[in-house]
Design a protein around this ligand. Structure first.
Ligand code: CAA
Length: 380
């Protein structure tokens, strides 16, 4: 397997790195502190074509693949993991919901072009208070009434939820069939009957906006239903496979970003008359982390390549999310430790990164769910 990036991928990497350093880095601490998401930055990234990387040009994309997308999410997340998840959810969970199954070309054009250009943002509403890991336990309903569906229910932990113009909503058109009765609707958030509920106050990814979305007799045109009745659960699963490559890339970026900060610090910081990097114990630990990051990187890129080459990628996406998030957690914990009192302070960034790393082990399927997916396939 060839992991060398081609010329175009190297160009994308350099472009996104520049954007992350010049645009995201200056305000990242303040956005985290104040829990604000900057839509101007989102629009700028849209102008650079980041959100449409894996989709065809006719639907507002760049005609490339998940490899390019993974590289881009990785680069932004080295600097700002909150931006990384907003990007990933907009592209893979929202965009993927429209793209992955039976939406018509007209629906794809209608619902993908603006979110992929960054002029508006999309979100993905599957989880409910009693349907987290058990995603098939949703009870939100969509009842047909003439040319409309009437949605009722509450979705939670919705990344981009308070900001989204469009949300991909998974709701039961046939409640008696449980998860086999789910369909997917693209809901314009300006419609009457849909509102943002509680906005979450989170441990990490604090500038990403996460909220409840509440549907109270929300009438949605039937043309916004993008699956057949009953096809929603499989669409959600397929879309989450894509999303997990995004989260894995985000986690990889966090690990790499924290590693670089710690490495530079260790070269500068002197104690006992020498840079702390001169201590063999610290070098050994950094060596272990460097190997783990490299291993995670290739597993993440492998998942992206499986996607792009038309191979099944449920397993490789689960492996990528599992290993990259575990690596992000381990690296950020050591980065804080190596940087001592300074590492614990906000201005050194790794304090934020350790908080951001934790969620990568939880969302888009906890790592226990990833092991269930990987382990289940081993014995099928
Ligand atoms: N692709 C396509 N189809 C799939 C699939 C996949 N990856 N996984 C399962 N399916 C199909 C199965 O083949 C099966 O089809 P049949 O009925 O035709 O046989 C059907 O879906 C049901 O499959 P399971 O019996 O395996 O389903 P399950 O109810 O046992 O659930 C699960 C499996 C893997 C545990 C799943 O519920 C899951 O992924 N849970 C985690 C949910 C999750 O990731 N939530 C995160 C939401 S988004 C978020 O985090 C917030 C955010 O904004 C970032």
């Amino acid at each position: 397997m060839n992991f060398d990036l081609n010329e175009q991928q190297l160009e994308i990497q350099a472009k996104v790195r520049k954007f992350a350093e010049e645009e995201l880095k200056p305000g990242v601490l303040e956005r985290d502190e104040k829990c604000v998401f900057d839509m101007d930055l989102f629009r700028k990234a849209g102008e650079l074509g980041l959100f449409g990387l894996p989709y065809p040009k006719e639907f507002g994309g760049q005609g490339l693949g998940y490899m390019e997308y993974a590289i881009a999410v990785e680069e932004v997340s080295k600097v700002d993991a909150s931006f990384g998840i907003a990007f990933s959810v907009n592209t893979s969970l929202y965009g993927g919901s429209v793209w992955n199954f039976t939406a018509s070309d007209e629906q794809k054009k209608q619902f993908m072009t603006a979110p992929l250009s960054g002029t508006v943002i999309g979100s993905f509403a599957l989880t409910e208070p009693n349907a987290g890991s058990d995603a098939g336990g949703c009870i939100t309903t969509a009842v047909k009434d003439g040319d409309e569906y009437i949605l009722n229910g509450l979705k939670c932990f919705n990344t981009n939820g308070p900001l989204a113009k469009y949300t991909a909503v998974y709701a039961l058109t046939e409640p008696e069939k449980k998860s086999k009765g789910l369909a997917c609707f693209i809901v314009d958030r300006d419609l009457p009957g849909v509102r943002t509920g509680k906005i979450e106050n989170k441990m990490g990814i604090r500038s990403a906006q996460v909220s409840e979305i509440i549907f109270e007799n929300c009438r949605v045109p039937a043309s916004c239903k993008i699956t057949e009745n009953g096809a929603g659960f499989k669409l959600a699963m397929k879309t989450l496979d894509c999303g997990r490559i995004g989260v894995a890339s985000q986690a990889l970026g966090i690990a790499e970003g924290a590693f670089e900060i710690a490495k530079n610090y260790m070269k500068e910081r002197e104690q006992f008359g020498k840079p702390i990097a001169a201590n063999q114990y610290l070098q050994f630990k950094m060596a272990e982390l460097a190997v783990k990051i490299e291993a995670a990187k290739y597993i993440v890129y492998k998942a992206a390549m499986d996607h792009d080459n038309g191979r099944p990628f449920t397993q490789s996406a689960a492996k990528a999310k599992y290993i990259a998030s575990a690596t992000a957690m381990e690296v950020t914990e050591w980065a804080v430790q190596f940087m001592g009192g300074n590492g614990y302070m906000k201005e050194y960034h790794v304090e934020r990164m350790i908080r951001d790393a934790k969620i990568t082990q939880i969302y888009e399927g906890t790592n226990e769910i990833q092991k269930l997916i990987i382990g289940g396939a081993l014995f099928r």
